[in-house]
Design a protein around this ligand. Structure first.
Ligand code: FAD
Length: 511
């Protein structure tokens, strides 16, 4: 074997079930395993220390795993296409391997890379390693149309080829060139940490998530969860607890998001467990169903123009969300856990401190920000989630914000989450609030969800005066949620009327 291969680690930050990496190894004596930190990503206003730190820790684990096999990770800084092009030229690369991406920016980049590869006459191998099903197959089965409901997706998936079985991690990996120092690409001496990125405004102390990164950790969490067979077989998402102090679901999303856990490994291991049960829960609420939700979001993101915005997005209702300074102020209060509704604030505090929260907590705060209470655009909430979540994922996040704001996929706007009542169902004592809004920790159970109702002497005894130490409610939920339902109904009627007259719109455009 001779030749130099370049494997670009994009999301699949792992060695197990990494088909492109394995293909690269098959035909080379030198392998450059590279991760490219795009400088646009290095902005604490858009990407929190938790999110970036988790990614960097995942890279560090990958580097250790590569070193165990005779290689090491190269981390470069720059634009992926420029870095790859430069390395191809300088090191006479004859094979490029990588995992494909479904997001529009990644699709564009894939096209660019294929162009570079063709122009340089080198071999390329890429696959859909981040998802279970080839999105082009599923779309073809649906005559090119994007499926927008789980029922349709399940039918299509049942006719599609079964997701490939995962492959093991390679035992040995050829090393990169000795003393690897590219002329035109900036590389880090070793895998960077947040301290190495202080020039971009990152503070290592700001990383507070308790999640440990890496594929070993992801696999361990998966195995520990799957060992609880009865829990797996009876898993029903709506019955899990958003207020649990330890995650009540698998908490695998950070690992699936950066790809340090292969979704195919999880899927096949999960099916093995389910096989041993005559009866088990079923999609969409089962654990298997959660992976299908993930697939559906990728498919929709892959095939819908402008899926990241309301305008010119064919699936999204046009809703006149509040804009301007007042909206920005309310958004900031929501982001910083200062709405005066303890349940909402606790969840947002958990988001900022842990970089993760339970699915139904995400429901509560997303509904509150948009159609429930504050009437603020889902795009702004999506950005806040994208900044803080260590499992931040373009497709799932955009899809979920469409859903929660009743902009697409879910239209029952009269069903609204109560910021006082919702968490009470699973946490009557308010322990989740006591943990994540510690200023309220000493409030009696009676007032923990509505501290503004507590008499002055109770507030004093609890050491927290409302309006002084903790805010009063930002809005009166009952009143605004009723008003918002009316506004949404009006917006729906207008959208329906507008959609019913496309011919006129086209004619106007032509004039
Ligand atoms: P589990 O219930 O154990 O599910 C296992 C896996 O299935 C998850 O890790 C995830 O990969 C997938 N999954 C679970 N629920 C969903 C779902 N509803 N849609 C798509 N895939 C799902 N998830 C992200 O991974 N990244 C995001 O950026 C993200 N943003 C969200 C924004 C909002 C407003 C909402 C309501 C949900 C969002 N979710 C997002 C979906 C979901 O909340 C998380 O995937 C889940 O809570 C992660 O916890 P878990 O791994 O324990 O999930």
């Amino acid at each position: 074997m001779s030749g130099v291969a370049l494997h670009w680690f994009r999301k699949g930050i792992r060695l197990h079930d990494n088909v492109p990496l394995t293909k690269a190894i098959e035909s080379c004596s030198t392998l450059i395993p590279i991760f490219i930190l795009d400088t646009d990503f290095l902005d604490p206003k858009k990407v929190s220390a938790n999110r970036l730190g988790f990614l960097l820790d995942s890279l560090k684990c990958l580097d250790e795993d590569l070193q165990e096999r005779g290689s090491r990770l190269i981390v470069a800084k720059g634009k992926p296409s420029e870095v790859i092009f430069s390395l191809i030229e300088e090191f006479k690369i004859n094979k490029l391997t990588f995992e494909r991406g479904t997001e529009p920016f990644n699709k564009d980049l894939d096209d660019e890379l294929i162009g570079i590869v063709n122009a340089n006459d080198i071999e390329v191998y890429s696959n859909w390693g981040h998802i279970l099903f080839n999105p082009d197959h599923i779309l073809a089965l649906n005559n090119g149309k994007t499926p927008v409901t789980m029922n349709v997706f399940l039918k299509l998936a049942s006719s599609a080829p079964t997701p490939l079985k995962p492959i093991p991690a390679p035992e040995k990996i050829p090393p990169p060139p000795a003393d690897f120092k590219p002329k035109n690409v900036e590389i880090f001496i070793s895998t960077p940490t947040l301290s190495d990125l202080k020039e971009y405004g990152y503070d290592p102390e700001a990383m507070t998530t308790w999640f440990k990164a890496g594929e070993k950790e992801g696999i361990k969490i998966m195995e520990d969860f799957l060992k609880q067979k009865q829990r797996v077989a009876s898993f029903e998402k709506p019955k899990t607890k958003p207020t649990a102090l330890l995650p009540d679901t698998t908490a695998l999303s950070p690992y699936l998001s950066v790809g340090s856990l292969s979704v195919r490994l999880f899927y096949h291991k999960l099916l093995e467990v389910l096989k041993s049960f005559k009866r088990h829960s079923k999609p969409p609420v089962s654990l298997e169903g959660q992976l299908y939700w993930r697939e559906l979001t990728y498919l929709i993101g892959y095939s819908t123009p402008n899926f990241h915005q309301m305008r010119e997005n064919p699936l999204c209702y046009q809703i006149p969300w509040t804009e301007g300074e007042a909206a920005q102020e309310a958004l900031k209060k929501w982001e910083m856990g200062q709405t005066g509704y303890p349940a909402v604030d606790a969840a947002m505090n958990q988001l900022r401190s842990d970089g993760w929260m339970h699915h139904l907590a995400r429901h509560l705060v997303a509904c509150f920000l948009t159609r429930g209470d504050l009437w603020i655009s889902w795009e702004l909430g999506r950005d806040v989630f994208d900044k803080y979540l260590i499992d931040a994922d373009w497709s799932i996040n955009n899809f979920s914000w469409h859903w929660m704001s009743c902009s697409a996929f879910f239209y029952q706007f009269f069903r609204c989450y109560g910021p006082v009542s919702f968490f009470k169902k699973t946490d009557p004592n308010g322990d989740y609030i006591r943990k994540h809004v510690p200023i309220l920790a000493k409030y009696p159970v009676k007032y923990i969800y509505e501290p503004w109702e507590a008499p002055k002497n109770v507030q004093e005894a609890a050491g927290c005066i409302i309006g002084q130490d903790y805010p009063r409610p930002i809005v009166e939920h009952k009143t605004v949620s009723q008003a918002n339902m009316g506004k949404l109904k009006k917006a729906y009627d207008k959208n329906k009327a507008d959609r019913a007259k496309p011919a006129k719109v086209n004619a106007e455009k032509l004039e």
